[in-house]
Design a protein around this ligand. Structure first.
Ligand SMILES: [Zn+2]
Length: 409
């Protein structure tokens, strides 16, 4: 990564800063990146700032809070010129939270958007404050030109820790009877239009065995070994999906994947281990059923139970469901896909393996696409960066969107 070596480079005289400063949304990007909205922190300072900004244009915001009222989603509507705020609107959506910077070697202050060369550095410049900032910076333009249909802004909390906040935002859209026609989520796609992504489910498996001295293994139940047999079964299923499963070649990884991410068990070599647990996930194409895969794993695990109980009745294999994120599969020929194609540079349609909260809008019957500046592999890194040219493309996208949703020039 071409990270700057020292903060010496951060002088305002740097020619590249001038280029970033030429961005219409530069001030807004700097403002939003300036709030430390790491998922564990409150995001209310950012939300309050955006609410006050929109209020200056007489645009009301609706906030939906988490249980502790430390975090909020913001939903705001720029009305159509005929007063319509309810139907046929387009949602511009982004999450406000960012991943932690703890322990990462940053060369610039992470909560400051810093332009160096042809890049802007800062936590969230790619994932994903720049898209929301660019949309917000265009509010005066949307209003000046007058909207033919409502334009909604949706800012959520706690996306990075499992798409938690947006559920309440989407429920509130339904409760208030709003019927948006489509949604654009600005996760980093390099400004490519993404219409589909895989779904994901994850589980924890807990194996309870029976301790014994390791010289007396038949008197114990080895939790680590049983867990590893189940892990090996999952690995075999992964190979089956890869070699014999249904493929969808338009995805970056064209088959369903399953994987074990963590495992821990045992205390000492001379003790037959009592406990072992591991976490696993499936990232599935729309036509593969994650629950059927899980049932197979459960059925396989069951085959050990009789043998375990024969040695010690208190032994078991238990599974905890950890998370579910549905897939998204928006029709390529839908209106929102056409709008997206019209607004980006129109090059192709992407299908990706990572999940986003776009799937939750999609599952609430709001046709949804993903298109945002920067690339996913620049996200979550130290020295997270976004090319100025990507930010400029995002502005072009908003201008073209205005051409499509506004009445006047
Ligand atoms: Zn994101």
């Amino acid at each position: 990564m071409n990270a700057p070596a020292t903060s010496e480079h951060l002088r305002p005289a740097d020619a590249a800063i001038t280029r970033a400063e030429n961005l219409h949304a530069w001030k807004m990007i700097r403002t939003l990146v300036g709030f430390d909205t790491t998922s564990r922190e409150s995001n209310l300072a950012l939300i309050d700032w955006v609410r006050a900004y929109l209020e200056d244009f007489d645009v009301e915001s609706t906030l939906t809070f988490d249980d502790d009222r430390r975090k909020a989603n913001l939903f705001a509507t720029l009305p159509a010129r005929d007063g319509n705020v309810v139907s046929n609107g387009i949602v511009l959506s982004g999450h406000t939270d960012v991943v932690p910077v703890d322990g990462q070697p940053w060369d610039t202050p992470p909560f400051e958007a810093t332009a160096i060369g042809d890049k802007v550095y800062g936590r969230g410049v790619t994932d994903m404050k720049s898209f929301s900032a660019t949309g917000l910076a265009f509010v005066p333009e949307f209003l000046r030109r007058g909207l033919a249909r409502p334009l909604h802004f949706a800012l959520s909390y706690d996306e990075e820790v499992g798409c938690i906040g947006v559920h309440r935002l989407i429920a509130d859209i339904g409760k208030r009877g709003l019927k948006p026609a489509g949604c654009i989520v600005g996760e980093p796609t390099g400004m490519q239009l993404v219409v589909a992504h895989k779904g994901k489910m994850s589980w924890r498996c807990r194996v309870r065995g029976h301790e014994a001295h390791s010289s007396l293994t038949p008197k114990g139940v080895n939790a680590v070994q049983i867990a590893c047999e189940i892990v090996a079964y999952i690995a075999r299923r992964a190979r089956e999906f890869r070699d014999h499963g249904h493929k969808e070649p338009t995805y970056d990884v064209p088959f369903t994947t399953v994987h074990v991410g963590t495992i821990k068990g045992g205390t000492a070599l001379n003790i037959v281990p009592r406990d072992c647990q591991f976490d696993f996930e499936i990232r599935h194409l729309p036509f593969d059923d994650p629950r059927a895969f899980f049932r197979d794993v459960e059925t396989f695990a069951q085959t050990f139970i009789a043998g375990m109980h024969a040695v010690a009745p208190g032994t078991y294999v238990a599974f905890d469901h950890m998370s579910t994120l549905p897939f998204m599969d928006t029709d390529d020929r839908s209106e929102i896909a056409k709008i997206g194609h019209g607004c980006n540079h129109g090059s192709g349609v992407g299908r990706v393996s990572y999940g986003t909260e776009a799937a939750l809008f999609y599952n609430a019957s709001i046709p949804t696409v993903i298109c945002g500046p920067g690339h996913i592999d620049q996200a979550h890194q130290p020295n997270e960066w976004c090319e100025v040219s990507q930010l400029a493309e995002c502005e072009t996208f908003m201008r073209r969107l205005a051409d499509r949703v506004c009445i006047g020039a």
